[in-house]
Write a protein that binds this ligand. Structure first.
Ligand code: GDP
Length: 316
């Protein structure tokens, strides 16, 4: 169990995941949460990161910082996705080892698995085949992150663990139409069409790829569970174990946001991985299961989005 009064550094606290983790830690009674903005510390810069760790001396680290984005951002800016993430993971893991961090949780992504991995994807599928080309740069950096945790554990005895979440969504998501992921992008597109009285809404690709969606509050809960109860080299998948097609997702969002709209598929846009659903039996054996159903998560996320728009603070 983590000590609730010890200093915890959440690297990447402004993003979808980091902000959910901060909320969860606060609810859990953690009293010494440390964060630092991108403007104050460039996490790609080892000496700056070392200086920050020397000053702050966190006992625990949750590493969720990085350059992230959806299929288009990944396929058009692969160098940034590879370089930024590679550097950030390297500097934070190394600095954590240097100052003797007691436990570090690294969050990867389900895109680390081979394009043709057997579904549902087990942890053992890592490095068993070629990656999905649309997010290869990001996936490579994320694989290095896992290997950093494993090798620092093996060589230096660091208690560094890693978790691989599936596609995430929830309050604080990036609703950018070009750079964001499918769920917030479609929510925004249906919302704007409803506002403008437009009855056709575009969905990228064929609609047939299958994806699994985990609410970010569930992820944050799983992270705390792993920090408290897991101390091993192998990474752990985090998901619901349930998937559906992009078409089904689009229909669910349409029914919620703009029920009279017709969906049009733009097949000039990439489909990406044909299917991505995680085998979550390892996590279940560790005593954790997702609890927020997709319908409920869609509803609360849409409420959050509409509210944020009203207040003018949705990341657009
Ligand atoms: P991925 O899981 O890494 O492929 O990430 P995305 O969330 O970006 O895309 C998931 C799937 O949704 C892909 O098959 C996309 O082609 C499809 N999709 C449909 N409409 C959209 C959209 O408006 N934005 C994004 N990002 N993807 C979309």
């Amino acid at each position: 169990m983590l000590e609730r009064s010890a200093p915890v550094f959440v690297a990447g606290h402004r993003g979808l995941v980091g902000s959910a983790i901060l909320r969860r830690l606060e609810d859990e009674g953690f009293t010494d949460l440390r964060t630092v903005g991108r403007d104050q510390l460039d996490l790609r810069d080892q000496s700056a990161v070392d200086a920050w760790f020397d000053a702050e001396r966190p006992r625990y680290v949750i590493l969720v910082a990085g350059t992230v984005g959806g299929i288009l951002a990944n396929s058009t800016r692969p160098a940034e996705f590879l370089y930024d993430n590679l550097m950030i993971h390297g500097t934070v893991v190394h600095a954590s080892h240097r100052v003797g961090v007691g436990k570090l949780l690294y969050l990867g992504s389900s895109c680390i698995y081979p394009r043709h991995a057997e579904q549902p994807i087990t942890e053992e599928a890592l490095l068993s085949g070629p990656l999905e080309p649309t997010n290869e740069g990001y996936a490579l950096a994320k694989i290095v992150g896992i290997k950093l945790c494993e090798t620092y554990r093996r060589q230096y005895g660091c208690d560094f663990i890693s978790a691989m979440p599936t596609n995430l969504y929830g309050p604080g998501d990036n609703f950018d139409l070009e750079g964001g992921h499918v769920l917030p992008a479609l929510m925004r597109r249906f919302h704007e069409a409803a506002q403008a009285g437009v009855d056709t809404v575009e969905v990228w690709g064929s609609g047939s790829p299958r994806r699994e969606f985990l609410h970010v509050d569930d992820l944050a809960d799983a992270c705390l569970h792993l920090m408290d109860h897991y101390s091993d080299a192998g990474h752990v998948n985090v998901g619901t174990g349930v998937d559906g097609t992009v078409r089904e997702l689009a229909e669910a969002i349409r029914d919620l946001v703009h029920p009279t709209a017709t969906i049009e598929f733009d097949t000039s846009k990439p489909d990406g991985m044909p299917r991505k659903v995680l085998d979550v039996s390892k996590l279940e054996a560790l005593g954790w299961m997702a609890s927020i159903p997709l319908e409920e998560g869609l509803r609360t996320t849409y409420d959050w989005y509409v509210n944020a728009l009203r207040k003018g603070d949705a990341r657009l």
